[in-house]
Design a protein around this ligand. Structure first.
Ligand SMILES: *Cc1c(COP(=O)(O)O)cnc(C)c1O
Length: 222
C-alpha cells in the first residue's frame, strides 16, 4: 500500500463532514509530497522546528496544524502562518499566542485541549479549568485568537468501551461549552478527536476532525 492509496481508502471510509489532518511528524518530506500530489492539503506536526523546516520545502497552499505540546518561546516561529493550534492547555499559552498574533496582524484559530485519557502523561485541561479560562477577563480581552473547538486524545488502550466513553465525555464538553460560551459563534464547531487506531469510534461519537498519521504514511521513522 502506498500513501495515495491509503489516503483514498481513508477518505472513502470517512463521512464528508469530517476533516482529516494528515499527521506527518517523523515522516520525510517526500511522504508529504506524495500526499500533497494526491490532493491532500491539511498536515499536522507536533514539533515546531520540524514543521518550519518541512514548510520551507513544500507548496504554500498547505494548511499547517500544530498538534503537539507548544512551548511559549516557539510560538513566534509559526505565528505568521499556522492555520490551527490544537493544543491550548493554559491561559498563559493562549495569551502568548494572542501576543504573537497581534505582532503578525492576524487572528489565530485555536482548540482547547482536554485531558480525557487515564494516563497521567497526556497534556490538557479539565472542564473546570476550561471554564475558568473562558470566564477570565484576560481571555475575554484577547482579540487576536479565536477558539474554534476542542481537542482530546483517548487512552492508549484496546478497551473499546473505555475509549468510547472518553470520546463521549469530550463530545459532552463540546456541547456544554457551545451552549454556555459559543452559542452565537458559528465557527466554534471543531471536535478534534480520533487517530489511526480509533477514528471510526471517534466519528461515531461526534468527531469533526480526525488526526491520522500511521494509517496514511505507515510506521514513523524514529
Ligand atoms: C502522532 C499523533 C497523531 C497520529 O497518530 P497515529 O496513531 O499515527 O494516527 C494524532 N494526534 C496527535 C496529537 C499525535 O501526536
Amino acid at each position: 500500500m502506498n500513501i495515495t492509496e491509503n489516503l483514498l481508502l481513508l477518505k472513502s471510509s470517512v463521512p464528508d463532514h469530517v476533516g482529516i489532518v494528515a499527521v506527518s511528524k517523523m515522516q520525510p518530506v517526500e511522504a508529504l509530497q506524495e500526499a500533497y500530489q494526491a490532493g491532500h492539503r491539511i498536515f499536522g506536526e507536533n514539533k515546531v522546528q520540524e514543521l518550519v523546516q518541512k514548510r520551507m520545502q513544500l507548496p504554500t497552499d498547505i494548511e499547517w496544524h500544530f498538534i503537539g505540546h507548544l512551548q511559549t518561546n516557539k510560538i513566534k516561529y509559526i505565528a505568521s502562518f499556522i492555520s490551527l493550534i490544537h493544543s491550548i492547555d493554559s491561559i498563559h499559552l493562549l495569551k502568548e499566542v494572542n501576543r504573537e498574533a497581534i505582532i503578525n496582524k492576524r487572528v489565530i484559530d485555536c482548540l482547547l485541549q482536554f485531558h480525557i485519557a487515564t494516563e497521567e502523561s497526556k497534556f490538557g485541561l479539565d472542564i473546570e479549568e476550561a471554564e475558568d479560562l473562558l470566564n477570565s477577563k484576560v481571555y475575554r480581552e484577547m482579540k487576536n485568537i479565536r477558539i474554534t473547538g476542542i481537542m482530546g486524545m483517548s487512552s492508549f488502550s484496546d478497551d473499546i468501551k473505555l475509549v468510547r466513553k472518553e470520546f463521549h465525555t469530550l463530545y459532552g464538553y463540546f456541547k456544554k461549552l457551545k451552549g454556555i460560551y459559543f452559542e452565537h459563534q458559528a465557527s466554534f464547531e471543531v471536535i478534534s478527536m480520533g487517530m489511526s487506531g480509533d477514528y471510526l469510534l471517534a466519528i461515531e461519537e461526534g468527531s469533526t476532525l480526525i488526526r491520522i498519521g500511521s494509517s496514511i504514511f505507515g510506521e514513523r521513522q524514529y
